[in-house]
Each structure stands twice: as C-alpha cells, then as structure tokens.
Design a protein. Structure first.
Length: 549
C-alpha cells in the first residue's frame, strides 16, 4: 500500500520525547528492565496501600513508602530514584540518575526529552511521565507484556492548568476500552485518536497491522516513542516500523478515507464542552474535546465508523450522550445508528449537568482559580440548559458492518450500572456469537445446558405454597439477573442436555395447558422467545458448543 499523505514519521517533535535515537531507546529499555521498573517491582517497593493510593493520584503515601524502603534497604535506592522522578515528580541528582540508569545516563534522559534541568539547583526533573504498564493475557503469566508508557505529567504531578495539547497517560477511560475490546485476530486494525498509544499496544498483540491516528502531532510523537521503546515486547522491528504500524496525523476518519479495517477501537475526545464565539483549536483540550457542540463528536463517529469497516468488521468505542428532559437515554443513540448496522450500546453511568461540569473542570485543574472555575461552571450549565439537557450518559458502544449478504441482526440499548466482570471483552464477544448462532439455528431442535456460573434464587412468603419471585443470576460476565415466570423456571430446570428445547416446551404445555382460553401455539412461541433471550444473554448454552459459553 502506498504511503498516506497523512503519514506521521517525525522522530523529533517539539515538547515531546524523541524517537529518532534508537541506541538511547534500546539502552533505556535495558536500564528500566534491569531496575525492575515494572508493575510488580514498583508495587513491591511501595506496598499495597501506597500503590492503591497512587492509582487514585494520591502521591503522599507513596512518598512516605519510598522513604521507608530506602531507610530499610540501601539496595532500593536506584529503583526509588526512578519512582521519585517519574511517578512522584520529585527532582533528582544527576549522579543518582547516572547510577540508576547507567546505560542511558542523565544526559541521555535529557537528550530523549524525558527530563530537564531545574534552574539554579543542579537537579533534574521529569519533563514527561514514564511509568510501567502491562497485562497478563492468559491469567497465568503467559501471553502478556511488560511495557513502559510515556505521557505528559498529570494534574497531580504539576502546578497550574494542563496545557491544551496535553497528552493523556493511562487513565480510567483508556483501561475501560482495553477491557471492553473483543480480541480477535484481524489483518488491519485502526486506533482512532490514539493519544499515547495504549490501544495500539494491545492491538499489536492480535492484529497484523495497526493504523493509529490523532489530530495532535505531540500525541503521535508520544505514541511513536512508546512503540519504539517497547519494540521488542510489541514484536515491532524499529528499522521497519511501517510493516506493523502506520501513524497518521489528521482529524477523525479523514486520514483513513477509502480504507477498510476488520477492527476499529476509539477512545475519542468525547467530553461535551461549552462552545464560545471566536474560539479556536488552541483553546480546546485536544485529548478530550472534539470541537463540536454537545455530543456531536460521538454522533458523527457512530454514523460514520461503519463506512471504514470491512464486511463482518466491528468497531468499539466509549462515549457520552445527552439525555433531554422527559426523554429516555437511548433515544439519541438510536437515532445515530445508520440503517444496516449492528449496534449494541451499554450505558454505564448517568450524571447531572452539575456533576458533569465538576468532573471535567477538576480533570484539567480548572478549579484552582475561583473566578475561572465560577465562569467555566456557569458556561457548562448554560450550554446544557440551552438544549434542555437533564443528564449525560456514559457508556460502551459496539458497531458491526454485517458480512456481505447478511442483514443487521443486533440492536441492543441497555443500562448496566452495577459492577461487571473485567475484562468484559471476552464476554461481549461470546454474546455476539450467541446472537449470530440464534439467527442461524433452530432453537426448538437444540439441546440446552445451564451455564456453569448461573444460580437460582427463590423467594416466598412464610407459609406460602409456591415462591412469589424466582430469579436467575449470572456470576460472570455482565452478571445479569433475570426475573422468571413459573413456566420459564420449569424450562431451565429441565435443561440438562437430554431433551431438545422443543421437547421441553411441549412437556410444559401438556403439564400447564388445557384450561379455558389456553392457546398451545402462543404458549410455546412465547416460551421459546424467552428461552432465546436466556441463550442470547448466556444463561443457557447449546450443548457441545463451548465457544458460546
């Protein structure tokens, strides 16, 4: 494929780490590995309580834990120095960094753009955040990766409001999308709005080639640095980066117009932000603000993403949507889905305009100046009020272009606000496969089993002959609860694989039917429709088909 005019290959972008110094990158990776500057190594140094606090952006417990570790064991000094430098944003002596990172040295860190001198002090301070990141794909220590991720310093690591072209690091939204993504091998994948590259790292483990786009040159510079720093773990040849990765500079889908991908993931700049007359892009926080009014950025992507999907390909993204007063939350998202597209929206949270304003003003440290905070808060409320917005939803979006010759078969809009199993991606993938299986098979002729994680609860008044409430609960995945009728509970209790669904329904008809006005066809049809829902949601699974569990 010829190079795209949007291709980003710069290795030396202002105010971003340099990725055009391969020897230094290789030396830094070796130094960090030798220090055990990994998730496990840092957790062991800090201890569980301080590690947990640091994950909440509270650094004081970690500061105290590092001091205690160094007093107890002088051998921890090198790792402690790196933790202090990048995680706690504490300036360090040049000699200390030279000793901790001998292959790179303090001068090498300066040349890479990771640290800078503190004026009139002789100390070096972090110019970027560099922290360990990784995952255990198989749950047994195999199939995962240990990486390091550079990004801009976060609000808790520096004073003042964040720069408008801030490059976000590993945050809650990015890890949510990682956990949500259905992992299947595909030749070509797209990471739309890559930021520092988190989604691309995961895609490179199960996709042959990844195209990563962003509107920010600084974000792409960080992503390029991170990919090349972790080249070995990501199976990337630094001398032939283009074989596996294409970085593109441009807005939304513009850099990939006319191309198709088997998988698209996106953590887009979905934050709803008040627009003002005369503003330009330099006034916007590019990592979260797409520049459109209201929820326009998410609406645009939902409508347009199917256009870059290959037949059978799917897209997964996160987003916000506005909920007008007196409306149900799904009305707007339903209107965005173009005809012929499979769609599944799961709303995970619904907040008021006030809660929304507070969250995002705090996110960029805009609450530190009282007058600015007041004006910005008022602008949020006025903006939402102009559209009669009563709430703002947040959730997960899955879209699919059906395979050639197949109609759209999935249209789900549901709210799940309680805790679910993580990673949820494998369970979402199994749910999609169950929906496809139902569309292609005769349920009545199928032998069914109760899934291993399913339990039943019965509640009844003291002395009552029969239970008043029968619940079926899932222990895994989306952890759904299903309120069952007596006949549906009887059906589930008979699902041991011996009889087909049609035979069980027939037996229940003979047992419960025969009364005045009873219609056998209606009874069986309604029962099997309820059974299909249980199969779709994973309470029941076809016997001998573990892929659907």
């Amino acid at each position: 494929m010829p190079a795209s005019p949007y291709e980003f290959t710069a290795g030396n972008t202002p105010d971003a780490p340099r990725s055009d110094l391969p020897a230094l990158l290789s030396a830094l990776a070796a130094d960090l590995r030798g220090l055990d500057y990994t998730l496990d190594g840092v957790a062991q140094l800090l201890g569980p309580e301080a590690s947990s606090a640091l994950n909440r952006d509270q650094i004081i417990p970690a500061v105290l834990a590092v001091e205690q570790a160094v007093r107890a064991d002088a051998g921890t000094v090198p790792l402690a120095a790196v933790v202090r430098l990048w995680l706690l944003a504490e300036p360090q002596e040049k000699e200390t960094l030279d000793a901790a990172l001998p292959g790179t040295g303090a001068d090498g860190l300066v040349e890479l753009g990771l640290v800078q001198p503190v004026p009139r002090s002789g100390l070096l301070t972090a110019k970027a955040d560099l922290r360990p990141y990784g995952w255990d794909r198989n749950g047994d220590g195999s199939g995962g990766a240990e990486l390091w991720v550079a990004s801009d310093l976060a609000a808790h690591q520096q004073a003042g409001v964040l720069r408008h072209d801030h490059v976000l690091g590993i945050g809650q939204a990015s890890t949510t999308l990682v956990q949500t993504t259905i992992r299947r091998h595909t030749e070509r994948a797209l990471d739309l709005g890559t930021g520092c590259g988190i989604q691309a790292f995961h895609l490179l483990h199960h996709c042959q080639h990844v195209t990563a786009t962003d509107i920010s040159a600084r974000a792409l510079a960080y992503a390029r640095f991170n990919i090349l720093l972790n080249a070995e773990a990501l199976s990337v040849d630094p001398a032939r980066l283009e074989d596996r990765v294409s970085l593109r500079l441009g807005s939304l889908l513009e850099p990939v117009a006319g191309e198709e991908f088997g998988l698209v993931v996106s953590n887009p700049p979905f934050v709803i932000t008040p627009r003002s007359a005369g503003e330009d892009a330099a006034d916007q926080f590019t990592y979260r603000d797409g520049g459109l009014p209201g929820d326009g950025i998410v609406a645009s992507l939902v409508a347009r993403l199917p256009g870059v999907l290959a037949p059978g390909g799917w897209a997964q993204m996160l987003g916000n949507w506005e909920v007008a007063a007196g409306s149900s939350w799904e009305e707007r998202p339903q209107s965005w889905v173009r005809q012929g597209t499979d769609a599944w929206f799961i709303q995970r949270e619904l907040v008021s305009p006030e809660q929304y304003a507070e969250t995002w003003l705090r996110d960029a440290s805009e609450s530190r100046d009282r007058q600015h905070y007041r004006d910005a808060y008022a602008a949020y409320l006025a903006d939402f009020g102009s559209r009669d917005v009563a709430g703002i939803g947040f959730g997960m979006v899955w879209l699919r272009r059906p395979a050639d010759g197949k109609p759209a078969a999935i249209s789900r809009f549901e709210e799940i606000t309680y805790p679910i199993e993580q990673p949820i991606g494998p369970h979402l993938g199994a749910a999609v496969e169950r929906s496809d299986w139902l569309a292609a098979h005769d349920l009545a002729g199928t032998h069914l089993l109760v899934a291993d994680d399913v339990t039943e609860e019965r509640h009844q008044r003291p002395g009552a002959e029969h239970p008043g409430v029968i619940l079926l609960r899932q222990g895994a995945g989306l952890r759904r609860t299903n309120l069952m009728s007596t006949e549906l509970a009887g059906f589930v209790s008979a699902c041991d694989g011996d009889l087909t669904a049609g035979q069980i329904a027939g037996a229940l008809e003979a047992l419960l039917g025969g009364g005045e006005g009873f219609d056998a066809g209606t009874f069986q049809g309604a029962l099997l429709a309820d059974v299909a829902n249980l199969v779709r949601d994973g309470f029941l699974v076809p016997a001998g088909n573990p892929a659907l569990e």
